[in-house]
Design a binder for this molecule. Structure first.
Ligand SMILES: *Cc1c(COP(=O)(O)O)cnc(C)c1O
Length: 429
C-alpha cells in the first residue's frame, strides 16, 4: 500500500499528468482546491488515502448503480479473473452480455462492444455516415458524447449553423460538418432539419442530458426529433451511456417510448470496468467491419473481466428490483430537499431530479438548456461543493455534472446528506 497523503500524491501527479489528472473534471478546476486520492470504496462510501470517508454521489460517474464493490459483481470478476484477463479471440461472456442488452432494450437487434463511451459514439457517427452516405451531423449544446473530433464541437456564432471546434486540435473543416443547436428547442430543430435534413447523416442526443447538470427533455421534444429524422431519412442516435440501465432496464427509450436507430451504452454496462457498446437496427450494424465496409476494431473490446462485471451488475439490478429502490431513494431525497428549500425560502436554487439522477443549479430562472445552466451562479456552486465535502459528502466537482444515487445509499445517509445540504446552502450564501 502506498502510504502517501493526498497532498503528496497530488504533488507527484502534477509532474506526471497534465493538470495532475487523467480526466479533466477530476482536477477540481471548476470548484478550486486540490482533489483527494481514493484509497478504497464500499457501498456508498468512498475513503480517501488519509482515511476520511465520504458519502459518494459520483459513484464512478454513474457506472455503479449498486454502489462500490458490490459482492455479486466482485465475485463475477474474481471468477473471470481466474480464467484469464484477455484472450484476443471471442469468449462466451461477450455473447452473454450482448444477449442481455438485446433482451432488455427493444431497439437493439445487433451490437458491437467497445472499451469506452467515446469509442461507441465515434463509431455510431461513422456508421451513420457510412450507411446514409451523408457527412453532416446534428448535436445539441450541453449533450456530451465523448471526445472524438466530430463531437467536440460547439455552436458557431450568430446565424451560422455549422459548428466550431470545442478543443484545439479539432480541424475546423471537420467541425463545420457538425451542426449544434440549443437543447429542448423543437422549433430550431424543425427549421434546421426541414432545410438541411437531406444532407444530415445523424442526430445524436442524450435523451436526458446529464453532462450539463440534468436537463430533462421538454414534453414532446424527443418525439418531434424522431418524426423529423423519419421524414428526412436521418439516423437517430440515442446516447444512453448514462441513462442506459439507469432509468430502467430499457433506458430512456423505454421510459419515453421512442425507438432510436442506434444507441450507445457505457458506464453501467461495464460494471466499473472499461466496457461500452453501440447497438441498434441490424441492417445498420451489419455495415460494420468485417460484415460491412465501415471500419472499427478494439484490442480489448469484449474484455472478459469487463463483460463479467457488466453482466453481473445488470442481472443483479434486475433480480434485486434496483429500479424501484432507486426511485424510492430519489423521491425521498427530492421531497426532503424541496422541503428544505421551502423552509429556507430559497428563491435562487433549481433542483432537478429524474429517477436516481439529480442536480442543483444556483439561479432563480428555470433551466432548460446549456445556456440557462451557464447563467447560473457557479461561484456559489463551488462554495456549496466545498461545504459538502468538508461535511463528508462528495458531489461531482463541477456545476455541470449530475449526482448519482445507488441502491447502496441508505435512508440514514440520505438524511445526513440533506442535513449537509442545508448547512452548505447556508455557508454558500
Ligand atoms: C461518459 C459519457 C460518454 C463518454 O464515455 P467515456 O467512457 O468516458 O468515453 C459519452 N456519452 C455520455 C452521455 C457520457 O456520459
Amino acid at each position: 500500500m502506498d502510504p502517501r497523503s493526498s497532498t503528496s500524491l497530488w504533488q507527484e501527479a502534477r509532474t506526471l499528468f497534465p493538470g495532475g489528472v487523467n480526466s479533466p473534471v477530476r482536477s477540481f478546476r471548476a470548484v478550486g482546491g486540490e482533489p483527494f486520492f481514493a484509497r478504497r470504496a464500499e457501498g456508498a462510501t468512498l475513503w480517501d488515502v488519509d482515511g476520511r470517508p465520504y458519502i459518494d454521489y459520483v459513484c464512478s460517474w454513474g457506472a455503479l448503480p449498486l454502489g462500490h464493490a458490490h459482492p455479486v459483481v466482485e465475485a463475477a470478476v474474481r471468477e473471470a479473473l481466474a480464467e484469464g484477463t484477455s484472450f484476443g479471440v471471442p469468449s462466451p461472456r461477450e455473447v452473454r452480455l450482448a444477449a442481455k442488452i438485446r433482451a432488455s432494450v427493444p431497439s437493439i437487434e445487433k451490437l458491437r462492444m467497445t472499451s469506452s463511451g467515446t469509442e461507441a459514439c465515434m463509431t455510431a457517427i461513422r456508421l451513420a455516415r457510412g450507411f446514409t452516405g451523408r457527412d453532416k451531423i446534428l448535436k445539441f449544446a450541453g449533450c456530451y458524447h465523448g471526445h472524438s473530433d466530430s463531437l467536440l464541437v460547439k455552436a458557431g456564432s450568430g446565424a451560422l449553423t455549422h459548428g466550431e471546434p470545442d478543443s484545439a486540435g479539432v480541424p475546423r473543416p471537420l467541425a463545420e460538418l457538425t451542426i449544434v443547436l440549443p437543447w429542448n428547442d423543437a422549433a430550431a430543430a424543425q427549421e434546421l432539419l426541414d432545410r438541411e435534413g437531406g444532407r444530415i447523416a445523424a442526430v445524436i442526443l442524450e435523451p436526458v442530458p446529464a453532462n450539463a447538470g440534468l436537463l430533462p427533455p421538454r414534453p414532446g421534444f424527443l418525439e418531434r426529433i424522431r418524426e423529423l429524422c423519419d421524414r428526412h431519412g436521418i439516423i437517430l442516435i440515442f446516447d444512453e451511456v448514462i441513462t442506459g440501465f439507469r432509468l430502467g432496464m430499457g433506458g430512456a427509450q423505454e421510459r419515453f417510448g421512442i425507438r432510436p436507430d442506434l444507441t450507445t451504452f457505457g458506464k453501467i454496462v461495464g460494471g466499473g470496468l472499461p466496457a461500452a457498446a453501440l447497438g441498434g437496427r441490424a441492417e445498420i450494424l451489419d455495415r460494420l467491419a468485417p460484415a460491412g465496409e465501415v471500419y472499427q476494431a478494439g484490442t480489448l473490446s469484449g474484455n472478459p473481466l469487463a463483460m463479467a462485471a457488466g453482466l453481473a451488475q445488470i442481472e443483479e439490478m434486475e433480480r434485486s428490483r434496483a429500479y424501484e429502490r432507486l426511485e424510492q431513494l430519489g423521491a425521498m431525497l427530492e421531497s426532503e430537499v424541496r422541503e428544505l428549500l421551502r423552509r429556507r425560502a430559497e428563491k435562487s436554487v433549481q433542483f432537478h431530479r429524474m429517477a436516481s439522477l439529480f442536480c442543483f443549479f444556483f439561479t432563480d430562472q428555470a433551466v432548460f438548456s446549456l445556456e440557462d445552466a451557464i447563467a447560473s451562479d457557479r461561484k456559489r456552486f463551488a462554495r456549496f461543493f466545498h461545504s459538502l465535502l468538508r461535511q463528508g459528502v462528495f458531489f461531482p466537482p463541477s456545476p455541470f455534472e449530475t449526482c448519482f444515487l445507488s441502491t447502496a445509499h441508505s435512508e440514514r445517509e440520505i438524511e445526513k446528506t440533506v442535513a449537509a445540504i442545508g448547512r452548505a446552502l447556508e455557508e454558500s450564501q
